[in-house]
Each structure stands twice: as structure tokens, then as C-alpha cells.
Design a protein around this ligand. Structure first.
Ligand code: C2E
Ligand code: MG
Ligand code: MG
Ligand code: MG
Length: 282
């Protein structure tokens, strides 16, 4: 759409494409000082146990409010942060903040083995040789038990270097960190890799959940994914659940955990904390 062939077969860039390039440059520039200027903060989206109604954890989601660009969503800046290498510092920020939230919860509840906060990590982070050490240094400094933190990785990230990433994930798991396979079903060769990935929890992508009520293919696919997960003893999470109808179907199918706007949008820490107090009586 954006790119058109000129009369002599020369590539002509349209205004759309120029705009896109400029926007990316601007974001990359503004990202540079965003950490030191404290422009990032986290939202936490609750994960609810279908049977008990309790909050079994949160997913940390980064938010960026740039004074010059306004709010910039992750899908626009994460990729650029990966390209510039800033993703490592962003990842450390996310982990430190998440550890502080875990500590806040521990003041009231103590260490919990059925509650954890998960952080998203991209391939660039997983492939960085310093990642493992930096991860545990941050947890040790904050004195957070390893089993109260989770790592969300996508199939696509694992594929970047399957042998190395699997080996790394195995090392995290050996220390008690839980591994979530994010956006499951959207990568390729899902089934093949499921047999060898060192994971604990499988997150069914929102794109399946969206159409689950139509009782067509997505319904069958989710059923099959849940059956498969059960064979491998994975805990299952459905992402992007927005309606009661979706919830009822997933519950009937024995999906373990629900995440989505139906229960809550991603929240500021103070509201996330209140939700724990409400749903998880002491
Ligand atoms: P994800 O890890 O799959 O996160 C789920 C996304 O779905 C989040 O978008 C969340 O706000 C959104 N969501 C949750 N429930 C619903 C729902 O019911 N309806 C709809 N329409 N959306 C829902 P968000 O926060 O914009 O994040 C997008 C992606 O950016 C994430 O996808 C993740 O891949 C990436 N991301 C976010 N935070 C980080 C981070 O700290 N580090 C890295 N590396 N990536 C991150
Ligand atoms: Mg995620
Ligand atoms: Mg996801
Ligand atoms: Mg996603």
C-alpha cells in the first residue's frame, strides 16, 4: 500500500511511509532518555483462578508516557528498544518494579507459592549472555523468592535459537522460576515444539478466545490445546477474555486461569494491590 513503483521501476516512497519512518526515528530518539527521566511505569493485569475466584498473580505490562510524544503503546516501542539495545535496561526496570510489588504483597501475605508476577521477555533479552545473572541479582537484591516471579516467552522468541533458549529456560526453571509460553498458537510448528519446551504454563492467545463463542473452529482448537496441555501437565491461561460467555465456555472446558478485560484491565500497582486484598481474604 505504502510503496509504489515509479515509471522507471524506481522505488517511490509515499507520504505514509515517510511518516512511518519519521515516527520510528522519533520514538527511538525519545527512548534514549526515557529511563533516566522516569517516563516508564508498570501496569499489572490480574490472573484469576476460575474455580476459586482468587488472584493467582499478575502480568507486568510496561507503559510509556513520553512528554513529547504522549503515551506510546508497547507494540510501537518494544521492537525499537530491541534494535537499539535499550530493551536490556527496560527489562531490568520491569523486573525491579515487579519485585517491589511482590514485596508489597509479601508484607501482608508472606511468601506464596500459588501467587506470582510474570514479566515479558523478548528474544533479544533471552539471547543476551548476561541476562541470567542480572535476573537473579535483581531478585536477590530485592529478596524475592524465585518461585514468585515468572517469565513470559513467545514461541517465536524460542525459535530464534532453540537449543540455547531451551537450555537457558531450563536453568531458570531449575531455580524455581515459572516459565509461561505466551501467545500460544500464533507461532508456527506449535505442536512440534510443545514436546520439548521447558515450560510450566501455556497461555492461549486472545485470537482464539475472541471467536470461541461462535462454536466453530476456534472452539475446537481451544479444546484441543487444553487437552494437549493436560497431557503435558501444563497449567493453562486464556488471554483476552472479555465476556461472560467466553468465561463460561472456558470454565466448562476446564481452563485453569483467566486473564482479560472481563475481570480487569491492566491496573496501577495501588489498584492491583487492592484487588488482591478483596479477592484473597487473609
Ligand atoms: P502480551 O504479553 O501478550 O500481553 C497481553 C496484551 O493484551 C497486553 O497489551 C494487554 O493489555 C492486552 N489485553 C489483556 N487483556 C485484554 C482484553 O481482554 N482485551 C484486549 N483487547 N486486550 C487485552 P499491551 O500491554 O499493549 O502489551 C502488548 C505486548 O507488548 C505484550 O503482549 C508483550 O508482548 C509486549 N510487552 C508489554 N510489556 C512488555 C515488557 O515489559 N517487556 C517486553 N519485552 N514486552 C512487553
Ligand atoms: Mg505476556
Ligand atoms: Mg500474550
Ligand atoms: Mg499478545
Amino acid at each position: 500500500k505504502a510503496k509504489e513503483r515509479g515509471k522507471k521501476g524506481i522505488c517511490v516512497y509515499s507520504d505514509d511511509m515517510n511518516e512511518e519512518i519519521n515516527r520510528r526515528l522519533e520514538i527511538t530518539n525519545e527512548l534514549e532518555n526515557a529511563i533516566s527521566q522516569k517516563e516508564f511505569y508498570l501496569n499489572y493485569q490480574p490472573k484469576i483462578d476460575v474455580r476459586t475466584g482468587r488472584v493467582v498473580g499478575f502480568e507486568s505490562l510496561i507503559r510509556w508516557n513520553s512528554p513529547r510524544l504522549g503515551p506510546v503503546p508497547p507494540f510501537e516501542f518494544i521492537e525499537l528498544a530491541e534494535q537499539s539495545g535499550l530493551i536490556h535496561m527496560i527489562g531490568e526496570f520491569v523486573l525491579r518494579e515487579s519485585c517491589q510489588f511482590v514485596k508489597r504483597i509479601m508484607v501482608d501475605y508472606g511468601p506464596l507459592d500459588d501467587f506470582r508476577i510474570s514479566v515479558n521477555v523478548s528474544a533479544v533479552q533471552l539471547l543476551n549472555s548476561g541476562f541470567y545473572q542480572s535476573f537473579f541479582r535483581i531478585l536477590d537484591e530485592a529478596q524475592v523468592p524465585y518461585y514468585m516471579i515468572g517469565l513470559e516467552v513467545t514461541e517465536t522468541a524460542v525459535m530464534e535459537n532453540k537449543a540455547y533458549v531451551c537450555n537457558q529456560l531450563e536453568k531458570f526453571r531449575a531455580k524455581g522460576v515459572h516459565i509461561y509460553l505466551d501467545d500460544f498458537g500464533t507461532g508456527y510448528s506449535s505442536l512440534n515444539y510443545l514436546t520439548m519446551l521447558p515450560i510450566d504454563i501455556l497461555k492461549i492467545d486472545k485470537s482464539f478466545v475472541d471467536h470461541i463463542t461462535v462454536k466453530h473452529r476456534e472452539y475446537q482448537v481451544v479444546k484441543m490445546i487444553l487437552a494437549l496441555a493436560s497431557v503435558f501437565s501444563f497449567t493453562t491461561i486464556a488471554e483476552g477474555v472479555e465476556t461472560k460467555e467466553q468465561l463460561d465456555i472456558l470454565q466448562e472446558m476446564d481452563c485453569h486461569i483467566i486473564q482479560g478485560y472481563y475481570f480487569s484491565k491492566p491496573l496501577l500497582e495501588v489498584d492491583a494491590y487492592k484487588m488482591v486484598l478483596e479477592r484473597n481474604p487473609l
